[in-house]
Design a protein around this ligand. Sequence first.
Ligand SMILES: *Cc1c(COP(=O)(O)O)cnc(C)c1O
Length: 784
Amino acid sequence: MKRQEIIKGMEKYLKVKYGVKIEEAKEYEIFNALSLTLLEGIVDDWNKTTDEYSKHKKAYYFSAEYLMGRALGNNLISLGLYDEVKDILEQYNININKIEEIEEDAGLGNGGLGRLAACFMDSAATLDMPLTGYGIRYSNGLFNQKFVDGFQMEEADNWLKYGDPWSVRKDRDTQIVEFSDMKVKAVPYDTPIIGYGTKNINTLRLWKCEAINEFDFNEFNDQKYDKAVKLKNRADDISRVLYPNDSNQEGKLLRLRQQYFLVSASLKDILKKHKEKNGEITKEFSSLHAVQLNDTHPTLAIPEFIRILVDEENVKFEDALEIAKKVFAYTNHTILAEALEKWDVKLIKKLFPRIHAIIVEIDKSLAKELKSKGYTDISDFKIIANRQVRMANLAIYVSSAVNGVAQLHTDILKDTELNNWYKLYPTKFQNKTNGITPRRWLRLCNQELSALITELLGSEAWVKDLSLLEGLKKFENDEKVLKRFMDIKHKKKEQLADYIKENHGIELNPDSLFDIQIKRLHEYKRQLLNAFYILDLYYRVKENPSMDIPPVTFIFGAKAFPGYRRAKAIVKFINEIGRMVNNDASINGKIKVVFVENYRVSYGEKLFPAADLSKQISTAGKEASGTGNMKFMLNGTPTFGTLDGANVEIAQASGEDNNFIFGLKVEEIEALKGKYSTEEFYSKNKDLKKVIDSLIDGTFDDGGSGDFQDLYNSLMKEGDQYFLLADFESFKATEDQVFAAYKDEKKWAQKCFANVCNSGVFSSDRTILQYCEEIWNIKKTPIK
Ligand SMILES: *Cc1c(COP(=O)(O)O)cnc(C)c1O
């Protein structure tokens, strides 16, 4: 788009939508008008892409979550228009950052799983791959978090209050979804996924649930208004809100409705288009379509697909099952038992009896296969057991591929958690180590570092081929380059400090070491271990004010599931530590503790580039991959972490010397189980005892909730499932090494720089290419 077209477009949309001129427009009006202008500019290419893809094999990503964040800045970068638009806005005395900040995050996901889906969308579009995303257009995304007296409070996320200029409602593609007790409309909203440096525009299609008839007019005329809108509300409920649960399954009827709503609408959409082009459904279907299940949430797609083929398309059950086995593939995201989805047979039967009947048939077919292979005890494999449907077993049995999300995680699946399945189907299991998109997580969020990299490499090609970052290695001893590199880090720290000052009123010292842990709040992620360390450090500094450590700022960001008592207690505990430490003048500002409110994608874009240390401290074996760890690395931040998830591959790629690895390894944790005595660690280590006791000895106030006592119990009475006590000393010794290393400015800069040089492999472009080649069998399809 040319400069004049952009200005004309903005003038036009400001006039028709708001009746104002650019000079008088408010920020959100500029945001909307600019977004619509850009959308208008890409519509032709978008349609062309959709058209071209329909001639080839396509893949579909089924996901209950898409944690997209903001669209405008990312789209401007992808279109190569960021600087041009910045300049245009400046001409009208408008700061582009202000316009970017007015946009609400599309927070339709909880954490890593939803953000992975968003990164995959970006990568597939950038690589010209025919991948379409399917999901739910929740009216309310993940809640907004506020702190009141250090306690987490939740507020509804009304992200659509000013409309969403980046989605287009497509009434013409509306589908009907049927439950046993109601029929609803699924209305698609399409969002363009703009590939970087390509004309291809992919599609994310999110379904909104609506009643088929908005009102029952007879009821309405009889003044029974409540009853008239009841049906409408029941339908609206289905896509009203994202379940805020991460790594925990919630057995609610509405959640099950959401899952079926998503897969039924999506499959009907795919099948309708297929039939328009190819006529009836045959065994050839799988040579044109592949469906990826992002965790088990969309697994009902399997019986729903078979139902449609058998009941509506006259396909025999056995043939339908065989086709399904080629079409679907399943990504496993966790080994946490509490996250594995199991649905009561009663619920499934109640909402969709025919789906239940089909699951029974699938289970029979599995039993038959196992018996024919000589199995006698098949209880572990059964899809239906104890009056529950085990979604993972259903997904594994019917999928062409099952993948883990980091090498260690895939190995654990193969060797232990899913070892029985691995022995049955050894070739089904694959690893696809997660990745992140370099567009959002470097090019957009760290434009200063991006400019330096482009200058050093002589081109911007690295944004599309992140392995080119290796070319930076020739500057690893170049003091001038390292100085510029660290000056940028300092600038990003200043920007973050300014933002935190403005939003939370807390003053930070950008010359201090920024030690950051940002991720969902969960016991296995061990924010509490980090908190204990900080409290211990504070006591040490108080006792010995001349202790030789650099000034350090500990930053947390995390939302806790509203019903997860211990997670919320940890939020309060860290806020209490912050209050104590930050208000103690005697430590001379050496330590600060800040828990930023409402961590989300757009906040991450400010935090990752500003970090000196990336805290990735989950109990070994518990974090499937992690992707936050990769965002830090790409922005030149050493990892302080356990050998868990993708940390293992990060340490390998960047060299153990450029990271700080601590704690028990998976095998050591396994060996400890059954023999672990928290009492022993507690009584032998007075420093550790002191920080644990702070939970119950009156040091901190939990507002009479008993939450801190409960946290204490989790460690000292319930066996410390996540081995905090066992890893405490190693944590402490390793953080002391960090402080020592940080003092040697040149060596520290080299560690940071090495992380950037070696981060290429963690691009989601690499990951998505592996899915394309090794699971979906789809090819690059660029438009002209
Ligand atoms: C990347 C990201 C995550 C995932 O972080 P992990 O540390 O891998 O758990 C969660 N939330 C947001 C907003 C993210 O951007």
